[in-house]
Design a binder for this molecule. Structure first.
Ligand SMILES: [Zn+2]
Length: 102
């Protein structure tokens, strides 16, 4: 291998190392962005008022609710609870829940 070939190979290796470093930095930035998005989602869902566990927001049949992964509590607004009972009809449980709402 000539001196010129060795120099060219060294340059190529250096360029490759630079590309690898750039790719690793891009991966790190993408991971950081995903981590921030996950934290933001967790922050908007909040913590369970009963046990402090993380709440998962969901929407089913136009009714928004948050469920706790730790104590399995379910949290929803009075408006959503009224919409839910309106859909459920006039059963005993629905009358009980409506009596709680007032
Ligand atoms: Zn909980």
């Amino acid at each position: 291998m000539t001196e010129k070939d060795r120099y060219g190979e060294t340059l190529r290796n250096r360029e490759k190392a630079e590309e690898d470093r750039y790719a690793a930095e891009q991966d790190r930035l993408r991971l950081e962005k995903l981590r921030q998005q996950a934290q933001a989602a967790q922050a908007t869902s909040g913590l369970c008022p009963q046990c402090g566990g993380g709440l998962n927001a969901s929407k089913t049949f136009e009714i928004s609710m948050k469920t706790c992964g730790k104590c399995r509590g379910v949290w929803l607004s009075v408006d959503d609870l009224e919409r839910l009972t309106a859909r459920a009809g006039e059963g005993e449980i629905v009358r009980f829940v409506r009596s709680l709402i007032g």
